[in-house]
Design a protein around this ligand. Sequence first.
Ligand code: PLP
Length: 428
Amino acid sequence: MSRYSMFRMMICSFILIIMISLLCCPVSIFAEALPADDTEAKEPADMALARLNRYAEMVQEQKGLSFGYPGNLDIHLTGFYEWLLDSGVYSVIANNAGDPFDNNESYMNTLDFEKEVIEFFAPLYGFDLDDLWGLVTFSGTDGNNHGIYFGSSYLEKKTGKTPVVYVSDAAHYSNMRLVDLQNLDLVLVPADVHGCMIPDELEKALIPDRPALMVYAMGTTFKGGIDDQEALNAVLAKYPEIEVYRHVDAALFGGFLPYTEYADAVNRKAQPYDSIAISGHKFFGMDEPAGLFLTTMEVKNNQNPYEVAYLNGSMPMINCSRSAIAPLKFWWIIMHTGLEGFTEQANGMLETATWLKEELDKLDWPAWLEPMSNTVYFKRPPEDIMVKYALAPDTDERLGGELAHIVVMQHVNKDHLQLFLDDLKQVQ
Ligand SMILES: Cc1ncc(COP(=O)(O)O)c(C=O)c1O
């Protein structure tokens, strides 16, 4: 064979090898450019699973030492999820569009369960079952939205005037945001150093020729201050010409106070109010944002009556589609925890909060705990401790400036708190 023929043979073999490899292994060469086949489709799914698992690991790592926010992380819904899967209910879109107290529909909703949830809690807040309306909301904020909306519609109907909304400057920002959203007039009344609306300041701010929509904070977010309803009502009583509606924002404290010696603070038979909002995911152990809104029939019947033919009635609530699963979960929690369980949890939290305050006192670390409260606030520790225990910051110059707090929920136990106290000792 000539050199030339050998060279030609080599070139041809080389080209043949390249063609065979292109035909046999296109994926290895064009993997990025070709559309995914079955084998590859698993890859993004695996990547997604790995990412979800990383999230799950982070949750497990952080939950024991997460002290700064008012969520109960001791959640017991495993049985509920097993039922959801076994029953097949997970595979339908269940929707609670409609009125739980006027349920004419039976279209895959859980309005009857929702009504039972409201009726379970109603007596604890001093509502009579024959003068009750309410719903399971999306959150405490959603409950406040209903309170402010129902209150302003009610007052406007009674007086022909739009109300002024009075909220303390220590109350949760959702109230200010919602007043803004509903285009109402807001008066921010100064709060004292404990986070409570100052009655004298309310009196100075009162506008006598307009109805008053009071939002009482029963447990402010940072300090756990409780507005003194009796003292504030005494101020309002001096001005009988002012028509008043009282909404109670009891997002966290409304969850646990009914099971303690302080039950009267949120009982409308002791402190007359018109509506109350409570978060479901704070005390009760719902695993996603939810809440309760309760009011009277007098308030409900004085809303704008928008009739909705396809829902067979007048729908006073703000949202049309609402979760049908949240009422089921709430109902499950009630059935599995009961009054006894809630009582044990509520008093356990208050006892641990008192213990924490005493331990901080022993360390001479400036700390405060308001009456009826599970929220201990104190001089802010260094940043690494803030991060380690997911502590929430605030400032108050009256108390020396930078502060932080621990909200003693069901998952915050003394062993975990001892770790925090030991860390504080190191930085004293
Ligand atoms: C006093 C108070 N009101 C309302 C809210 C808002 O509740 P949610 O987060 O359920 O919307 C909070 C939240 O922390 C709160 O502390």
